[in-house]
Design a protein around this ligand. Structure first.
Ligand SMILES: NC(=O)c1ccc[n+]([C@@H]2O[C@H](COP(=O)([O-])OP(=O)(O)OC[C@H]3O[C@@H](n4cnc5c(N)ncnc54)[C@H](O)[C@@H]3O)[C@@H](O)[C@H]2O)c1
Length: 408
């Protein structure tokens, strides 16, 4: 390091001429550097992570910076498996999508005792960080929060970038806020207790990131793939914090995914499973190979909704504003080449034919009457169809479940 400074010093200012003095000053100031540093960078990836407030490491003892009070919002199942990452009052949320409801958010608003100087720590998967982040964004008009993700989905995606949300019966992530956590601490060791099924759900997001990055990230060991995905997402979110441009590439497969989740009432089709199916549809739409998704998906049991429930509330096709349907079209992220992803408006009718194909890849015995989901502008419904390729006709505004015509 001295040589680097000395070389520069010769060019610009007179400084660092004496190596012994340089070392003495550097050693003396080291504690100060440590105290004020946001992170420690050894390479460009470290710089990106530090700029985004993201740490990939074992759980630090001083998780909450400063001296203000903290409270912990944690997934109750995760607390059975791991000690809380901070010594603080604990508010629990139920596992899964049930955490992302107005009722849970209201309970947290009412139970929190923090003042505006306090910090909310979220400990759990994507559902916990989404609801806790949203509560932090809105409680007292916004307080600091720290994300400690415990699932693969959370570590590679959900806890990074400041998007927070809860679901409504009408659709997923329909209420939310951009509220970047002051810190996201990713400890890959927390994944050791994750059931294989849940891990595979996270791999769907890893495949998405790998396709966008143009690297086979899903083939790396867990600790490495978590870090690479975290870097990729952090960099994209830093470039586009409010999701107005390049960040929308991260929606690859998600328009379909959100429609499937909504169609299943957020019960039988979890986010990771829906993303796997959505990616298949998006890759087909883009004319790209689907082998990476097939490899991840084969271990995922996907129970698709069987039939439209007349009592179910109407659902929207997607939660993200940029992917919401309107006027008979929806916006889909499609991939041309790695790193070249475009958000393209597409008629609802055409998008249906793409999503049918992955849905129909069922065992032969089931294919004669495979269930499929159709995507309407204002309602995601499901119906039965034959195994032969079909093209959809029928108008969404007519409110019919679906009308189909077979193709040779
Ligand atoms: N905000 C964003 O940018 C963003 C991005 C991607 C996904 N999401 C959201 O994330 C949610 C999905 O997140 P998820 O897949 O993490 O689901 P999740 O939070 O429901 O967790 C899945 C299950 O794993 C359990 N679990 C969590 N950590 C565990 C551990 N270490 N060991 C064992 N079990 C553990 C949980 O109790 C739960 O039952 C969706 O609602 C999705 O919309 C948000």
């Amino acid at each position: 390091m001295f040589e680097r400074f000395a070389e520069r010093a010769r060019q610009v200012v007179v400084f660092a001429q004496d190596e012994a003095r340089f070392r003495e000053l550097y050693e003396g100031r080291q504690p100060l550097y440590e105290e004020v540093a946001d992170g420690r960078a050894h390479d460009a990836d470290d710089v990106v992570l530090a700029a985004g407030g993201v740490t990939v490491s074992a759980m630090p003892r001083d998780l909450v910076p400063g001296i203000g009070p903290a409270e912990l919002v944690a997934d109750e199942r995760v607390l059975e498996l791991h000690p809380p990452p901070v010594d603080a009052r604990v508010l629990t949320v139920p596992p899964g999508e049930e955490a992302k409801t107005v009722a849970t958010a209201e309970r947290l608003w009412r139970e929190l005792r923090l003042d505006r100087g306090g910090t909310l720590v979220a400990f759990g998967g994507g559902c916990t960080t989404d609801v806790a982040g949203f509560v932090a964004a809105t409680y007292l008009r916004g307080i600091d929060w720290i994300a400690v993700p415990t699932t693969l989905v959370g570590q590679v995606d959900a806890a990074i970038g400041g998007k927070t949300a809860i679901d409504l019966p009408e659709g997923k992530n329909l209420v939310g806020a951009f509220h970047w956590p002051v810190r996201t601490v990713i400890d890959p060791a927390l994944l050791e207790t994750l059931p294989e099924e849940q891990r595979r759900e996270g791999l769907a997001e890893v495949v998405k990131t790998g396709l966008l990055a143009g690297e086979r990230l899903w083939e790396l060991p867990d600790a490495d793939l978590v870090r690479r995905c975290a870097v990729f997402k952090t960099a994209l979110c830093l470039r586009d914090p409010y999701d107005d441009g390049p960040r929308q590439a991260l929606n690859l497969g998600h328009t379909f995914a959100h429609a499937l989740e909504a169609a299943a009432g957020y019960e039988t089709v979890t986010h990771g499973r829906a993303v796997a199916l959505g990616l298949l549809a998006a890759l087909r739409l883009s004319g790209r190979p689907t082998d990476a998704v097939e490899a991840v998906r084969c271990g995922l049991r996907i129970a698709l909704p069987r039939a439209s429930d007349p009592a179910a509330p109407p659902t929207r096709t997607a939660g993200h504003p940029s992917t919401r349907a309107s006027g008979g079209t929806s916006v889909f992220a499609s991939i041309a080449t790695p790193t070249n992803v475009a958000a393209a408006p597409m008629p609802i009718a055409s998008s249906r034919s793409v999503v049918e194909i992955p849905l129909m890849k069922r065992p032969m015995s089931m294919s004669a009457a495979a269930p499929c989901c159709s995507i309407w502008p204002r309602r995601a419904t499901c119906c039965w169809k034959t195994s032969r390729p079909v093209s959809w006709t029928g108008s969404a505004s007519a409110g019919k479940c679906c009308t189909k015509s077979t193709r040779a």
